[in-house]
Structure formats: C-alpha cells, structure tokens
Ligand binder design. Structure first.
Ligand code: URA
Length: 280
C-alpha cells in the first residue's frame, strides 16, 4: 500500500472496530497456498476452518510464491510460574506488596498486549468494593479502572446513592486489558484469580458488588446469566467472614441498553439499604 492516506484510513478503520493491538510481528497470509507436496505423497489438506486455512470460496492464487502460513505461537503460562504467583499473592501482606507481585508476574498472556497493569482505584478502606470485568482502552492507557465512558456512568450511578471514589474501592477480574476489549477467557480469569482473591482479603470490604456477567460468574461460580443473577444478595467467603455480595449490570451494557438502567437503579437502592443496615 503506497498511499499513506489509504494506510491511515485503514488504521483508523481497524481502530474503530476495536483492532488496536498487534499480537504478532508478521502478518499471516491466510490466502497463501500450502507448500508443494513432495513427489509420491498425498497433498496435505487444510484443516477445516483451522489456522491457515484459506477463506471459504477463495482458492490460493497459482501465480503466488508458495508460502506456508507461519504457526501462531500461543505461549501458555508456565504452570510453575502460576503456582509461584499464587503463593506470592497469598503471602502479600499489603496491597502495595500485592501490586509489586502483579507487576513482576509474567504468567498471563494479557500482559503482553496490555500497556500496563490496572491495579485499582478508590479508597482501600471503603466499605464497598466494586469488581468489573477487565480494563478497556482508556483504563489501559490511564492505569486506573473505569475511567472511560462506562466509568463516567458508574460515577453517576454511585453519586445517585451518595457514593463516590472516596467511598468505594474498584478493581477488575483481570488487571490487564484483553486485546480488542474481548471478554477474558476462563483460563485468563483463573490465572488472575489469586490476585483478585488476595485483593479482596486485603481490602476486607463490608460489601462486594460485581459489575456484569463475567465478574458475577468469577465471584459466584454460577453459570447463570447476569439478568438472572443481578439484584440477589449472595455471600462470598473472605477468611472467616461471609461478605454480602450483589451482582448488577455492567455500565457498558447500560450504555448500550439504557432502558435497563431501571434494573441497575433497583440494585443500587438495594446496595444503599444494605449499607444503611450495616452502618459504619
Ligand atoms: N469495564 C470494566 O469492566 N472495567 C474497567 O475498568 C473499564 C470498563
């Protein structure tokens, strides 16, 4: 592509559709023909729909130099490193020590594409701990959770019941932004779980609030959808204590489905009642 304007337009389009992270150094030519078959051997078959398979209905161009698609290297976290992180997280005696452990941790692939660790925001001494899904683009650049559009809505929802960032502590299930804002995988969630567990133990909140389905699922282990889980108090074991835990809708979902704000409003009123009940 020789026209720089065309290149800029292409990059802007990628950005608009959420492709804003480069995962591999080399692009994969998915239309490349397979390598030539040695005489006497059956030609290899593309795995159906698998990595490197030509797109449906497109045949490799016979005039192209034959070029196998490079294998995608997915680095699976080393079990030993994950176990070590688990032990280190469990041993972290303070939030600052936990943050240091997470900064050194190399066992989660999300860290490779993220700009930085998004540890937490708010007041660690707050009674309410909010748990989101994962940092988005703005959070990845800023280093704090919920600073983008959904964060602004979250701030307004909190203000409606008299709370702000000095009266809540906010974290995410995974502290590194998934590329393109995709939902963290079950494996990524499990790898990061010791960090979340320890963060909850160290903050020791009076009430936990999960924002959206993935956070509710990570806390309760339930396979139910968020519309079923929301608005019901459950409990989450922290050390010797059962902490009341409420699932509500994610602000990003509310931005897409504004009519559902009435459900979130009910949940926030339930949160306010619980805080009044608990006192302190
Ligand atoms: N969505 C989340 O779940 N967390 C953030 O920090 C931002 C958006």
């Amino acid at each position: 592509m020789s026209d720089p304007r065309a290149l800029i337009a292409l990059l802007e389009w990628y950005d608009a559709v959420g492709v804003d992270a480069v995962v591999l150094e080399e692009a994969i030519d998915r239309l490349a023909a397979p390598p030539p078959t040695p005489v006497g051997e059956a030609p290899p078959r593309w795995p159906e729909g698998g990595e490197g398979a030509p797109a449906q209905g497109l045949s490799p161009r016979p005039d192209r130099p034959v070029q196998p698609a490079p294998a995608v290297t997915v680095t699976l976290p080393d079990e030993g490193a994950v176990e070590a992180a688990r032990a280190e997280a469990a041993a972290a005696a303070s939030l600052e020590a936990l943050r240091e452990v997470m900064l050194r941790f190399e066992g989660c692939n999300l860290k490779k594409t993220a700009t930085q660790l998004v540890f937490a925001d708010g007041n660690p001494a707050a009674r309410v701990m909010l748990i989101g899904e994962a940092p988005g683009r703005e959070e990845d650049l800023d280093g704090r959770p919920f600073v983008g559009r959904s964060g602004k809505l979250l701030d307004r929802m909190l203000a409606a019941i008299g709370l702000d960032r000095s009266s809540v502590y906010i974290v995410n299930v995974v502290p590194w932004r998934p590329p393109g804002n995709r939902t963290p995988s079950a494996q990524e969630t499990e790898i990061c779980r010791p960090f979340l567990t320890r963060q909850i133990e160290l903050v020791d909140p009076a009430v936990l609030v999960s924002l959206g389905g993935p956070a509710a699922k990570a806390l309760t282990g339930s396979a139910d959808g968020i519309l079923k889980l929301r608005g019901k108090w459950q409990s989450y074991r922290v050390g010797e204590r059962d902490v009341p835990c409420l699932a509500t809708l994610h602000p990003a979902y509310l931005l897409r489905q504004p009519l559902q704000k009435r459900l979130a409003w009910r949940d926030f009123l339930a949160l306010k009642r619980k805080l009044d009940e608990i006192g302190g």
